[in-house]
Design a protein around this ligand. Structure first.
Ligand code: ZN
Length: 574
């Protein structure tokens, strides 16, 4: 009898859910036009504006879902000036720092056909206070949690980041769950892909306090008219061209500024020496970055965070970081990344972030030599090879596509692996050719995943299709090289010819350096070894060869314990 009841309830619940199933990702928000009022003293935000939503699903949609942070409330949703019926409900999701969203389920005047669009007039308001619920509820210590989720509006310091931190503008996503390994990244990745052609225009007005402080307002956007004062308010008017790589963010504080040609560093009182150190380090990196990625297209902006332990945040040419103590070397490394974003941007993370990390390796090489760059890349490679081992065996075809550099939402891949891919490309085609390939890149023309690979292929004197296939279009894991055999031939008058066969047991091919070491020196040559195959190379050395080393660390590999081969006396053919 009991069981019967359970079944009955289950059937009933299922039918209610089906009757009211929401496709939260049916609509793409193609345009935002928002008027934002911020009252720092009250920690309040009020927004009035218009959004355009396009039905990207295959079926007509009569219901639209709009989500904002749970600390904000919907005031009205209209179409053509007429109020629409909507139900506001809490929706648990870790896409917002509060771990929950205020979700409006809106009944549209009529069903929107596939590819059709609807304009809505919206109004919402509420507070944005320090809140790290999404982290503390999965066990993060309070202090760590608030240093990570530091977003808030307050009279002393206001810093609010967009999607993935605070839903201060409407979004529509399935529930994100931080306790499920890559779930939040996947959902954010899907949202950003949907928003790749979306535009945002925001006007932000900040009310000034009674003491007549003149706080500075910084907004992360493609274009911003300088903030100016209008009737006790500071106003900024900003536009974003593509929301796939840009996270709309605003910061308000009583900043002072170190202003240099390529960078402005906004710092809080007392932090002037760290700010100057950072600005100086950045200016020194400008020639290297400009030579590689062109002159800066916008001025890099760095702004201080009030909490000295706050986790830094970077998005495009904006870097938010605590400027309490800054080591010049570390500052140069960070600035190389930030300035690269100011010179080149892309809607594709493997290009956008991959190049910025590649620039950090270039900076280290420039400062202290190739080995320093290889050591830096090795830090990222260890996590890659761990991931590679996990998926060892036969990677599923669908994972090859989902985890490819062109599709992945996994930071290890589009940052760490992409950095190594750019480094390998430079080693393969040469520095000048790679610079020439990057120079004509325009994000507006990047409509196909093959756009950048084609620019590179046009400058390369060799076939690279197999390389892009193994590393960019598909995730084939990592190579695994080992010396299968080596034979030494005595040549006249005093040399040795070493014939080396290298096996690659991995499913990704690469061009790898092979080094023969002898007393007092070494000689390296490069060899392409395709996936699951072997390559042969001959290297001539002046003295008895001692050992062979495959890979100098520039090619990520799943197993590097088998890369050294000792040449025994018996291997020499006289
Ligand atoms: Zn970056």
């Amino acid at each position: 009898m009991k069981l019967h009841w359970v079944c009955f309830l289950w059937v009933l619940c299922a039918s209610v859910v089906n009757g009211f199933s929401l496709d939260r990702e049916a609509f793409t928000f193609t345009n935002y036009d928002l008027n934002v009022r911020i009252e720092p003293e009250q920690q309040r935000l009020g927004v009035r504006g218009k959004i355009t939503m396009r039905n990207d699903s295959a079926t007509p949609q009569k219901i639209a879902v709009l989500q904002i942070s749970s600390s904000l409330d919907w005031r009205s949703i209209k179409a053509g000036g007429k109020p629409l019926q909507f139900v506001s409900q809490p929706y648990t999701s870790d896409i917002d720092h509060t771990g929950s969203l205020s979700e409006a389920v809106v009944t549209l005047p009529e069903a929107v056909p596939p590819k059709g669009a609807v304009d809505l007039e919206i109004a919402y308001e509420g507070v944005i206070v320090l809140d790290a619920t999404r982290l503390t509820r999965i066990g993060a210590p309070e202090a760590d949690a608030t240093s990570s989720d530091w977003d808030q509006i307050s009279s002393k310091f206001t810093g609010v980041r967009g999607v993935g931190y605070v839903a201060w503008y409407p979004v529509a996503t399935e529930d994100a769950d931080l306790s499920a390994s890559t779930n939040l990244f996947d959902i954010l990745g899907r949202w950003k892909t949907r928003e790749s052609d979306s535009k945002m225009h925001i006007q932000i007005a900040v009310s000034s306090n009674d003491e007549g402080d003149r706080p500075e307002l910084l907004v992360n956007a493609t274009n911003c008219l300088t903030a100016h004062e209008v009737q006790h308010e500071f106003v900024a008017d900003c536009t974003d061209q593509s929301l796939s790589s840009m996270v709309p963010t605003f910061v308000i504080a009583n900043y002072e500024v170190v202003d240099r040609p390529a960078i402005a560093v906004h710092y809080l009182r007392g932090h002037d020496s760290a700010a100057t150190t950072y600005a100086d380090a950045a200016e020194k990196v400008v020639p290297l970055i400009s030579e590689w990625f062109g002159p800066p297209r916008s001025k890099a902006q760095t702004a201080d965070l009030a909490d000295p332990n706050a986790a830094p945040f970077e998005n495009g040419p904006l870097l938010l970081t605590s400027l309490t103590s800054t080591d010049p070397k570390l500052a140069g490394l960070v600035a190389a990344h930030q300035l690269t974003h100011a010179s080149v941007s892309s809607p594709r993370p493997w290009i956008n972030e991959g190049l910025a990390h590649f620039a950090q390796a270039l900076y280290l090489e420039h400062q202290t030599g190739r080995q320093a760059a290889l050591d830096y890349m090795r830090l990222h490679q260890s996590s890659l090879s761990a991931a590679g081992k996990k998926q060892a065996g036969s990677p599923k075809p669908e994972d090859e596509t989902i985890q490819s550099l062109i599709n992945t939402a996994d930071e290890e891949l589009y940052r760490g692996k992409a950095m190594c891919v750019w480094w390998m490309l430079r080693d393969m085609i040469g520095e000048q050719a790679l610079k020439k390939a990057i120079a004509p890149y325009h994000p507006e023309l990047d409509k196909e995943p093959s756009y950048m690979p084609r620019l590179i292929a046009a400058q390369a004197q060799k076939d690279l299709e197999w390389f892009f296939d193994d590393w960019v279009y598909r995730d084939r894991g990592l190579p695994d090289f080992k010396v299968a055999s080596a034979f030494t031939h005595k040549t006249l008058p005093e040399g040795y010819m070493v014939t080396i066969t290298v096996d690659n047991q991995g499913a990704a091919g690469a061009e790898v350096p092979i080094t023969v070491k002898f007393a007092g020196g070494e000689i390296s040559k490069r060899l392409v070894v395709r996936s699951k195959s072997s390559g042969v190379i001959r290297i001539e050395v002046p003295k008895t060869p001692g050992e062979i080393v495959v890979n100098d660390g520039s090619v990520p590999e799943s197993d590097t314990t088998n890369n050294v081969f000792k040449i025994e006396a018996g291997d020499t053919i006289k």
